[in-house]
Write a protein that binds this ligand. Structure first.
Ligand SMILES: NC(=O)c1ccc[n+]([C@@H]2O[C@H](COP(=O)([O-])OP(=O)(O)OC[C@H]3O[C@@H](n4cnc5c(N)ncnc54)[C@H](O)[C@@H]3O)[C@@H](O)[C@H]2O)c1
Length: 353
């Protein structure tokens, strides 16, 4: 049955694709986003503004109980969403990702919303020693290694406290996402490697190439979220991804290098920049999700790499220097530039559009 669904972070990397899919399945969608980032990537079939989709250009910190009137399901994606971004301002990251989130969800519950789907992250597991790798399940010990990951874990705990017979909290710990979206993020593994290979000729490792990360295609993640919108399950926490999609960074690089060679005869160089090595490394077990919604994940990493290349070919020339010139492709540079221009304050509130 169609539902009225509110999506916070509706104009972000995942939100743009999710809102379209929700709408296509007949749901009434209300998008809430303070618009930290502009549209920066053309994706066929995914206009930024979906016809008939109602957007609220609001900060989640300003939402009132009345905004949730008639909403059945709240999907919370908004926040400062990557590890280095969380380190720019530790305190503000906690304020937005934890306090504002919990306050907003409490208001939603008070207003009669029945279900929350919270977009958490597998990065809460943090680190598993490479010499004795273990596959993390939902109940495994957590060792978040960044402010961002820590905020996800703390927020999960606080949101779980809101569960009762009238309100269900589903926590989705997503793998690292890849694939095209109208608001592109190039701080994510496959997206970054394909971009630096297309617009340059290299892949840079910012961590030991042997570290492990699980991956998920953006449309597969949206399928999983749709499953939780449409099905009323007991409140729970799920790792979201597929166990066979745990890769080492070097495995991914090999796939990207091969794709560029086969398609363009182009040689991609591998560079190492591990001064500030990213310590995250985790293998994740996704069998719990697989048991509840088998078939939601259909995309393969190699296909996702080709899809990224197709989008670059359709919209850019390799000579376009989007990675350097167009800072909207880089979350952190984009936000710092907006602050410099007086468009954002230090609490990441939008002052000017
Ligand atoms: N992309 C991934 O690989 C991944 C993996 C695991 C979890 N997640 C989580 O999924 C969610 C969405 O991720 P994304 O990749 O789309 O990130 P994103 O940065 O592209 O989107 C976040 C959106 O939230 C908005 N926003 C930020 N602060 C806000 C505020 N105070 N009020 C209203 N809007 C605000 C931004 O304008 C942006 O559009 C995030 O919570 C992220 O942590 C993402």
């Amino acid at each position: 049955m169609a539902k009225r669904v509110m999506v916070t972070g509706s104009n972000g990397y995942i939100g743009c694709v999710l809102c379209r899919e929700l709408k296509d399945r007949g749901n009434e969608v209300v998008g809430v986003d303070s618009r930290l980032y502009p549209e920066n990537f053309k994706v066929q079939g995914y206009p930024y503004e979906v016809d008939g989709l109602f957007y609220r250009m609001e900060d989640i910190r300003d939402l009132k109980e009345a905004h949730f009137e008639g909403v059945d399901v709240l999907i919370h994606l908004a926040g400062l969403s990557n590890d280095p971004l969380g380190d720019i301002n530790d305190k503000v990251t906690r304020k937005i990702n934890v306090y504002a989130a919990v306050e907003m969800v409490s208001l939603a519950k008070k207003a009669g919303v029945k279900k929350l789907i919270f977009s958490s992250s597998c990065s809460v597991y943090g680190f598993s020693p490479m010499e004795s790798p273990v596959f993390f399940v939902e109940t495994s010990p957590k060792h978040p290694v960044s402010t961002y990951a820590e905020t996800k874990l703390v927020c999960e705990g606080a949101l779980n406290q809101l569960n009762d017979s009238d309100f269900t909290v589903q926590i989705l710990r997503n793998a690292t996402v890849y694939g095209p979206s109208p608001r592109m993020r190039f701080d994510l593994l496959i997206n970054a490697m394909t971009a630096t290979s297309f617009f340059g000729d290299q892949i840079v490792f910012y961590s030991n190439p042997q570290v492990k990360r699980p991956l998920i295609h953006i449309r597969d993640l949206c399928n999983v979220i749709l499953f939780f919108v449409e099905n009323d399950l007991e409140p729970d926490t799920y790792n979201v991804g597929r166990t066979r999609d745990n890769f080492s960074i070097s495995d991914i690089a090999v796939l990207v290098v091969r794709a560029f060679f086969e398609r363009f005869g182009k040689d991609i160089r591998l560079r190492y920049s591990i001064d500030n090595a990213d310590p995250r490394s985790y293998l994740v077990d996704f069998s719990k999700l697989q048991n509840v919604c088998p078939g939601a994940l259909v995309n393969e990493v190699s296909g996702g790499i080709q899809e990224m290349i197709d989008h670059f070919v359709a919209n850019f020339s390799p000579e376009d220097d989007i990675m350097d010139k167009e800072t909207s492709f880089h979350s952190i540079q984009h936000l710092l530039k907006r602050m410099e221009k007086g468009e954002l304050d230090e609490e990441f509130r939008v002052l000017k559009r």
